[in-house]
Design a protein around this ligand. Structure first.
Ligand code: MN
Length: 716
C-alpha cells in the first residue's frame, strides 16, 4: 500500500502548489470510513481507493481529483454521506465524488453489453466534469488489475466484457491510449486466456531466439537519426498480446506471418523534426507500402497526433515506426489528462477555473478530421439527449425534455398506446414528467387505455407525437360519426320518420361527400345541421317553426324528460374529442344538461341553468337534448365541480377548509383567491368529484364548518 506521505509527495512532485491538507484529510477520512472492510483479495478495502489515487498521480491530476479517488467509494459502501463530504471537503470535491457515485450506480444497474455505444454516451453525458470520468476509468483499471481475485467466473467474465465493450473504447475516445491498452489486455486475459497465453509463449520464444531484437533495433535507429543530425529519443516495445491478437484477426494472418509485433517511437523536439525523421527513416530502410499515415496534419478525432510508417528495419524485420514530438507523445498516452496538465502549467489560476468539459470539447473540436466527426467527438451532442433504463436494464435514448410517454413509445408502440402511468426510480410520477439521465422508468399499461389527446401537448419525440395524433384523429372521426348519427336519429324521429343509414345514400352528392359516414361526421362536427339533412332526404318536410324562447323551452323539456327518453345519450363520447364539458358551469353527472353544437368541435355540454346559454337563444338549431348515460360515474372520472366560497381570514382556516374537503373524498384540483379583505377570503375552488351528489355533500359539509361563511356552486 502507498503510504500517506508517499502519496502527498507524488502529487507535490508535479504540482508543488497542491493542497496537502485536502490530500491528508481525504486519506484519513477514507481509511476510517472503510474501516475493516476487505477486498476479494483479502486486502483491506482502503487499498483500492488508494491504488486508484496512485494511478491518477501517474496522470498528474490535481489534488481535487486525487482526493476524489480516495473518497470515491465512501458514499456507496460506507456510512459516510454526501453531506459529510461536502462539509469536510467543500462543494467542488463533493460534486466530483457525487458524480463518480452516480456513474457507479448506473454501472451496477444494467446489462449493457448489448448497448455499449449508448452506454458510453451515457457515461460521457453524465460526466459533466471530465475528472469524474478519469476517476471512474482509474477505478475500473484497478478493479481489472485485481479481477483474478474474484471467485465467481461469470462475474469475472461480465466485468471483463464490460471493460472491453465500454471502458476501453471510452478511454480511447478521450485519448488515453496507455490506459486503454492496459484495460484491453487485462480483459483479454480473462476472456480468452488460451489465446493470450499462446501469444505470450510465442513472444517469449521470439525474444529468446532474437536475443533482444528490440534493444538492437532501438540502438540502430538511434544511430541512424544521430547520423542525420537529429536529436531523437528512441523507444521500442512489443505490442500488447491483445493488439497482436486483433491484428491477427483483422488481417486474417497467422502469428508466423505477423512480423510487426514490435513498435518503435521516435520522439523529437519539433514538428519539423518529425518530417525530417520520417525522411531519414525512409531513406535508410525499405518502406513497406501502404503503411504511411500522417496524423499530424490530420489528427485522430481524440486528439492523437503522430506520423506512422512501416519499414523493413535494421534487423530485416518489418517494424512499425511512430514519430512525434514530446507534447504529442504525452497526449498520446495521457489523452485529455496531458492536455490539462499543459494548460495548467501556463497560468495556475486560470487553469483551475477552466471548465474541464469545455476543454475536452475544445480538443476534440480542433483535433477532429472531417470523418466520424459527429459520431466520435461531439460530446455536446449528448447534452441534448437523456438516457434512461427499462426495469430490465435496457437503455433507451431520448431527446432532452422527453417524458414517460415518449419512453413508452420508444420501447414499443403498443406500450405507448396503452400506458396509464409511470414509475420513475420506483416512484409513481405524472406522465408529463421530464426524464433525467439515468432514470429507471417502469411503464404501467392497461389494455383499456388508449392514447389521450392531452399527451400531444407534452410529448417530444416524433414517433410518440405521430402515434398520438393519428389515434386522436381516427378516434375523433369515430366520435363525430357517433354523435352525428345520434343527432340525425333524433331529428328524424321528431318528424315521425324512421332513420336508416341507407336513407342518406341518395343525398350524398347534395352535400358533396362520398360516404354516409362522412355525412354523419359532418353533422357531428357541427358543419351541417341534422335538420338540413332531413330536409334534403324528405324535401316536403315543412320548415321548423321558429322557436322564440328556445332557452326556456329546452329547459322545460330537459326537466320533463329528466335526461331520459328522446335525449341523446353522451355514452361513448370521450370528453375532449367530439364532446366537451363547458368550463363555465362544470356539469356533473346528475346535473340536468343541454348540448350546444359548435362548428368543427362537436357538442359542448352545459348545465341547463348556465347563464352562458342565453348567448345561443337565437340559434335553436344548435341546441340538442343530451342525457347522462347509466354508467356516467365511471365515464366521468376526474370531472371537476367548481364552488365559490367565503372563508374567514384567520389562522388555520384554510387548513380546516381543505381538511373538510379531503374528509369527504374530494380532491382539490385548483384554488384561486378572488378577493381578500382583512376579515375574509373569497375563493374559487375546483374539486374532482364523482357526480353532482358528491359535490352537494361536500358543499353541505363546508356549510356546516364554522370558519366558512358561505359556499355555492359556481354558475356560468
Ligand atoms: Mn471503486
Amino acid at each position: 500500500m502507498i503510504r500517506q506521505f508517499e502519496l502527498v509527495e507524488r502529487v507535490k512532485a508535479y504540482d508543488p502548489a497542491a493542497d496537502e491538507d485536502v490530500l491528508n484529510k481525504a486519506y484519513v477520512f477514507a481509511m476510517k470510513a472503510h474501516g475493516s472492510q476487505k477486498r476479494a483479495s483479502g486486502d483491506p478495502y482502503f487499498s483500492h481507493p488508494l491504488e486508484v489515487a496512485g494511478i491518477l498521480t501517474h496522470y498528474r491530476l490535481d489534488a481535487a481529483s486525487i482526493a476524489t479517488a480516495l473518497l470515491h467509494d465512501t458514499i456507496e459502501d460506507t456510512p459516510a454521506t454526501l453531506a459529510d463530504i461536502r462539509e469536510k471537503f467543500g462543494d467542488d470535491i463533493a460534486r466530483l465524488v457525487d458524480g463518480v457515485t452516480k456513474l457507479t450506480r448506473i454501472e451496477l444497474q444494467s446489462d449493457h453489453a448489448k448497448q455499449a455505444e449508448n452506454f458510453r454516451k451515457l457515461l460521457l453525458a453524465m460526466s459533466e466534469d471530465i475528472r469524474v470520468l478519469l476517476v471512474k476509468l482509474a477505478d475500473r483499471l484497478h478493479n481489472m488489475r485485481t479481477l483474478h481475485f474474484i471467485k465467481n467466473p461469470e462475474k469475472r467474465r461480465r466485468i471483463a466484457m464490460e471493460t472491453m465493450d465500454i471502458f476501453a473504447p471510452l478511454a480511447e475516445r478521450i485519448g488515453m491510449q496507455e490506459l486503454k491498452n492496459e484495460l484491453e489486455d487485462l480483459a483479454f486475459a480473462e476472456l480468452n486466456t488460451d489465446a493470450r497465453n499462446s501469444i505470450l509463449a510465442r513472444l517469449k520464444f521470439l525474444r529468446e531466439e532474437g536475443e533482444d531484437v528490440v534493444k538492437r533495433v532501438v540502438a540502430q535507429l538511434g544511430e541512424t537519426m544521430r547520423a542525420a543530425g537529429l536529436d531523437a529519443e528512441v523507444m521500442g516495445r512489443e505490442k500488447t498480446p491483445y493488439s497482436i491478437w486483433r491484428k491477427m484477426q483483422h488481417n486474417n494472418v497467422g502469428f508466423e506471418q505477423l512480423s510487426d509485433i514490435m513498435a518503435f517511437r521516435l520522439v523529437v523536439p519539433t514538428v519539423e523534426d518529425c518530417y525530417k525523421a520520417l525522411g531519414v527513416a525512409h531513406g535508410a530502410y525499405p518502406v513497406v507500402p501502404g503503411r504511411f499515415k500522417d496524423y499530424i496534419s490530420t489528427p485522430k478525432p481524440n486528439g492523437y497526433q503522430s506520423l506512422h510508417t512501416g519499414v523493413i528495419g535494421p534487423e530485416q524485420q518489418r517494424i512499425e515506426v511512430q514519430i512525434r514530438t514530446r507534447e504529442m507523445h504525452e497526449v498520446a498516452d495521457y489523452g485529455v489528462a496531458a492536455h490539462w496538465h499543459y494548460k495548467q502549467g501556463g497560468d495556475r489560476r486560470d487553469g483551475r477555473q477552466y471548465r474541464w468539459l469545455r476543454e475536452l470539447l475544445d480538443i476534440l473540436e480542433h483535433a477532429a478530421g472531417p470523418e466520424d466527426f459527429l459520431e466520435h467527438t461531439k460530446l455536446e451532442m449528448f447534452q441534448d439527449q437523456v438516457f434512461c433504463f427499462t426495469p430490465r436494464g435496457d437503455l433507451i435514448n431520448l431527446p432532452n425534455g422527453a417524458t414517460p410517454v415518449d419512453f413508452a413509445y420508444a420501447v414499443h408502440s403498443e406500450v405507448g398506446d396503452t400506458c396509464v402511468g409511470a414509475k420513475i426510480n420506483g416512484r409513481m410520477m405524472p406522465l408529463r414528467t421530464e426524464l433525467m439521465n439515468g432514470d429507471q422508468v417502469e411503464i404501467l399499461t392497461s389494455k383499456a387505455q388508449t392514447p389521450s389527446p392531452t399527451w400531444e401537448r407534452f410529448v417530444v419525440t416524433g414517433k410518440a407525437r405521430a402515434r398520438v395524433r393519428r389515434f386522436v384523429r381516427l378516434k375523433q372521426r369515430e366520435q363525430y360519426l357517433h354523435l352525428g348519427r345520434a343527432i340525425l336519429q333524433r331529428v328524424f324521429q321528431e318528424e315521425g320518420y324512421e332513420y336508416a343509414d341507407k336513407a342518406l345514400k341518395g343525398v350524398l352528392k347534395v352535400f358533396d361527400v362520398d360516404e354516409v359516414e362522412d355525412l354523419c361526421a359532418q353533422v357531428g362536427m357541427g358543419h351541417l345541421t341534422g335538420r338540413a339533412v332531413l330536409e334534403a332526404v324528405f324535401p316536403g318536410t315543412k320548415k321548423r317553426r321558429v322557436v322564440e324562447k328556445v332557452v326556456s323551452l329546452a329547459r322545460a323539456r330537459a326537466r320533463k324528460t329528466k335526461g331520459k327518453g328522446e335525449a341523446i345519450p353522451i355514452r361513448g363520447l370521450i370528453p375532449g374529442m367530439a364532446m366537451h364539458f363547458a368550463g363555465c358551469c362544470h356539469p356533473l353527472p346528475g346535473d340536468r344538461i343541454v348540448g350546444i353544437v359548435t362548428t368543427g368541435k362537436g357538442v359542448t355540454i352545459h348545465t341547463i341553468d348556465c347563464d352562458r346559454l342565453e348567448e345561443f337563444a337565437d340559434q335553436p338549431e344548435r341546441w340538442i337534448d343530451v342525457a347522462w348515460d347509466a354508467d356516467a360515474k365511471a365515464a366521468a372520472e376526474g370531472l371537476v365541480g367548481r364552488i365559490t366560497l367565503t372563508v374567514m381570514n384567520e389562522p388555520g382556516s384554510l387548513g380546516t377548509l381543505s381538511m373538510v374537503i379531503g374528509k369527504n373524498e374530494g380532491n382539490i384540483s385548483n384554488l384561486k383567491i378572488t378577493n381578500r379583505t382583512t376579515d375574509f377570503f373569497d375563493m374559487l375552488i375546483d374539486i374532482e368529484v364523482r357526480d353532482v351528489r358528491h359535490l352537494t355533500d361536500i358543499i353541505a359539509a363546508l356549510r356546516a364548518t364554522p370558519v366558512i361563511n358561505s359556499v355555492d356552486r359556481a354558475r356560468g
